[in-house]
Design a protein around this ligand. Structure first.
Ligand code: NI
Length: 137
């Protein structure tokens, strides 16, 4: 069976602050720069969800991207969009909300929910120039 990668791009806005409470204010400013702003700041995130699988002989799909879109919206976008990640998403109380950690968070939500094929990669775009890829632990 031929195998393909199928991807869907989704969008969310969120605010965050990069700050490690175990380190000094100075260390945090040096390490995170403007992303350490105590008043938070926002990003327009793009999220690519990439699924790998065999092409189904009956449908010609690996999976229906409309179904994938609904799953990502319900499991991820509703939790993150227009949120302050530090204050409103409990997982980020213990994890600094970098794009790296956002990718891990999203992976763990989505990997068990993919109905056919398997989650191959999560790509989180924090700016049009910076992205992080995560392919699972
Ligand atoms: Ni930032």
């Amino acid at each position: 069976m031929p195998r393909c990668l199928v991807a869907r791009r989704l969008h969310f806005n969120a605010a965050h602050r990069l700050h490690n409470p175990d380190r000094s204010e100075e260390w945090n400013r040096d390490t995170f720069g403007p992303c350490n702003n105590p008043h938070y700041h926002g990003h327009n995130y793009e999220l690519d969800v990439i699924v790998e699988g065999d092409i189904d002989a009956e449908t010609g799909y690996v999976l229906d991207v409309g179904v994938l879109k609904r799953i990502v919206e319900e499991a991820v976008i509703q939790q993150l969009d227009h949120r302050n990640l530090n204050l409103e998403v409990p997982w980020f109380r213990d994890h600094i909300p970098t794009a790296e950690n956002i990718a891990v968070f999203i992976w763990d939500l989505l990997a068990p929910r993919i109905p056919s094929g398997r989650l191959q990669r999560i790509r989180v775009w924090e700016t049009p120039r910076n992205y992080v890829d995560y392919e699972g632990a």
